[in-house]
Design a binder for this molecule. Structure first.
Ligand SMILES: [Ca+2]
Length: 279
């Protein structure tokens, strides 16, 4: 798993592709959701039915989930750069990571291949949204691949981010290719599962106690149309192979990364947009 740490090697990637943010539109959309009825609006997105329903939540009952209100946007990608929006005490960059056995776009950042991970222009746009993150790949045989970002750290540093004010994560996603796998794990790491938390042992291997990377996760189900995915922190679960296996819940006061993860032997092609916490 050390390979993913290569992502932290990159220096300040701040390629700006122009364009302005559309926060006003986003706020309007969310407020439509918050208000009575009228969830559709001109966003061009699909329904949010797949989000809250029983589709995901490995191990969770998948009961009704209230529409997110008061979202706090982590990154809407409209600025065209590889950084999450520097607000709310958050600081980090998007990265890709994989087991090295297949091919992924964008490739993992290395000094030999210093390719920045920047948003892709949407054709057509998703309502007010003109850019989103896009990754695709195949051929991974060991543990797979993914994309993600740190909430509070760049370069070689990672610090915990206090998300205790929030109830969960919300984002929009769709498949890029009808032949791609339609499920995606959404990982959230905390002080227990992230090496930087100082609790787990990064050197511990399979079958050994106190392993790292037993992140909290939710299995999202994706379709060809844009859909909102709502993930209450309460519905996250763990495999249970890592440190503090009896931990009952995500340590919201100390989050490190949010990642979108694809298993080995799984072809993937996914767009992710407008990632936010919600209260
Ligand atoms: Ca966007």
């Amino acid at each position: 798993m050390a390979k993913r740490r290569a992502a932290w090697m990159w220096a300040a990637w701040t390629l700006t592709a122009g364009g302005c943010t559309a926060l006003v539109g986003l706020d309007e959309r969310y407020h439509l959701v918050e208000g009575a009825g009228g969830a559709s609006s001109a966003t061009g997105g699909g329904s949010s039915a797949s989000a809250a329903g029983g589709a995901g939540g490995a191990g969770a009952g998948g009961g009704d989930v209230a529409a997110p209100i008061d979202p706090d946007m982590i990154d809407d990608m409209e600025d065209g750069d590889s950084a999450i929006t520097r607000t709310g005490g958050r600081l980090g960059h998007w990265y890709s990571y994989n087991d090295g056995t297949g091919t992924q776009s964008p490739p993992v950042y290395t000094e030999e291949m210093p390719v920045g991970f920047i948003p892709e222009a949407l054709m057509p746009p998703r309502g007010e949204s003109t850019r989103a993150m896009h990754t695709f790949g195949s051929g991974f045989t060991e543990w797979g691949a993914g994309i993600g970002f740190a909430l509070n750290g760049e370069d070689m540093q990672m610090f915990p981010y206090d998300a205790s004010a929030f109830a969960g994560i919300v984002f929009w996603a769709r498949l890029g290719d009808a032949g791609a796998e339609a499920t995606m794990k959404v990982n959230v790491s905390d002080r227990v599962s992230e090496p930087a938390g100082g609790i787990c042992d990064e050197a511990a291997g399979a079958g050994e106690p106190n392993r790292c990377f037993d992140h909290w996760f939710y299995t999202a189900h994706l379709g060809a149309e844009w859909a909102e995915v709502v993930i209450p922190f309460d519905e996250l679960t763990r495999e249970g192979f890592g440190a503090e296996p009896e931990a009952q819940a995500l340590d919201r006061a100390g989050l490190y990364v949010i990642e979108f993860r694809f298993a080995q032997d799984q072809d993937f092609d996914v767009y992710v947009d407008d990632v936010a916490f919600y209260r």
